[in-house]
Design a protein around this ligand. Structure first.
Ligand code: C5P
Length: 418
């Protein structure tokens, strides 16, 4: 496979030399694209000797071969390691001021970026916003490791070990290869109308308070983005999310479970596929208090506060399945966040839920305090009704990769029922 290894100017550039060796030894044809700053850390002869190929350093060499577009267009994978704060900023802004950023703009293959920098730079809101932007666009950003940095200080910001980055690259290459083989061109959803719900609902209590949940909306938004990328016409019913909706999709905002239920039901007949990725509250306060609920200042501290009574929200997913009735369209996909317990494994709970809800596919992920919610990497198994074993197991992988795997399973299920 053709890999472009972009190297930007950080001390960790030396580790990229080891990644290059691993990629070359695995049989990939690797073209190294170091930035001018990277060449101050590790020189061109090292990259040329380890890759066995000429090193592409600027847009002005071999201009007749148009390197600024050719490299990106023909790559099966672009990996940038280390990705400095500056490189992340330029990539997020869509700049094209050197060969590497030109390559990133022309690449249509998977892109992996491994940031490395000092902790303060990594944690700066500007860098975090750039990472978020890139992740939303489908870039697989590998979080930096924590440990000793260049000076005496330590903290998150280290480039992960080359072996780990190599594994991430191999996974992305295998996935891209599989998608190309199973669905030909990636435009395999052209004309398909996909409805995605995403984010966490907020159940209003009074004018300033609500009951919410920890859903970031990232997986649902990644699904909408991936479906759009693959040619679908996408409606995104969006509850509260930490990320913005992707471009070119119709967005319908929904705050509470009842609003989300109404928006989804209204859109059901005009869609071929419904993906219920939203985290819908099972309960809501039984009454909305029109004025802010006040605490009393003249009672003792131990005085119990007000009691909130909850009532059940409708199960929207099960409702959509009922509404569809005997028809086979639209295809309906549910999500299940599960933990294993004494009553069964994550998978067993998933199977039971698939039966109970009656949807066609169920995407099951294991949740825990630091698993799935708000994280950029996730692992899922995909179950299909009537099939004993999972039809796919994906991860740990970025939410964009998970989204593509869910869409692959949807395409497969639709093909099977003709
Ligand atoms: O039952 P549980 O909440 O685990 O099911 C999760 C799936 O059901 C998700 O697809 C979610 O969007 C959907 N759901 C729903 N209405 C609810 C609760 C969950 O549609 N009230």
């Amino acid at each position: 496979m053709r890999v472009v290894l972009g190297v930007s100017g950080g001390i960790a550039a030396y580790k990229a030399a080891l990644l290059l060796r691993l990629l070359s030894e695995a049989g990939h044809e690797v073209t190294v694209v170091p930035t001018a700053a990277a060449l101050r850390f590790v020189g061109e002869p090292t990259w040329a000797a380890l890759s066995g190929r000429p090193v592409a350093t600027d847009v002005w060499t071999d201009v007749h071969e148009v390197p600024h577009v050719r490299l990106g267009q023909s790559a099966d994978l672009v990996v940038v390691a280390p990705a400095t704060a500056d490189l992340l900023a330029r990539a997020a802004a869509g700049m094209a001021d050197d060969l590497l950023t030109n390559t990133l703009l022309t690449a249509r293959c998977p892109v992996v970026m491994a940031p490395a920098m000092h902790t303060e730079m990594w944690e700066h809101p500007a860098t975090q916003a750039n990472v978020e932007t890139l992740t939303q666009r489908g870039v697989h950003v590998v979080p930096p490791a924590a440990g000793r940095l260049t000076g005496a200080d330590s903290g998150p910001g280290r480039l992960p070990e080359p072996e780990h980055l190599f594994e991430v690259c191999q996974r992305e290459l295998a996935r891209a290869d599989r998608v190309t083989r199973t669905s030909g061109a990636r435009q395999d959803l052209v004309g398909t109308r996909v409805l995605v719900t995403a984010g966490g609902t907020r159940e209003p209590l009074d004018p300033v308070r609500f009951l919410g949940n920890r859903s970031s909306g990232k997986q649902g938004v990644a699904l909408a983005a991936a479906a759009r990328r693959r040619g679908a016409i996408v409606t995104l019913v969006l509850a509260h999310a930490e990320v913005p909706p992707p471009p070119d999709v119709e967005v319908v905002r929904a705050g509470s479970a009842l609003e989300l239920a109404a928006a989804t039901r209204a859109a059901l007949p005009s869609h071929d596929v419904v993906v219920m990725a939203a985290a819908v509250a099972d309960f809501r306060p039984d009454a909305y208090v029109e004025t802010k609920i006040k605490k009393s200042y003249d009672t003792e501290d131990e005085e119990p506060g007000p009691t909130i009574r909850l009532v059940r929200n409708p199960d929207i997913l099960a409702g959509l399945v009922a509404e569809r009735g005997e028809a086979t369209d639209p295809l309906i996909v549910g999500f299940a966040a599960e933990t294993g317990d004494e009553d069964g494994t994550v998978l067993e709970h998933g199977r039971t839920k698939l039966e109970r809800k009656g949807c066609d596919l169920l995407v099951v992920n294991e949740v825990g305090i630091d698993k799935a919610f708000g994280q950029d990497e996730n692992s899922v198994v995909i179950l299909r009704r009537g099939v004993e074993n999972p039809v796919a197991e994906v991860g740990p992988a970025g939410k964009a990769a998970i989204a593509d795997a869910v869409l692959d399973a949807i395409l497969d299920a639709r093909r099977r029922r003709g």
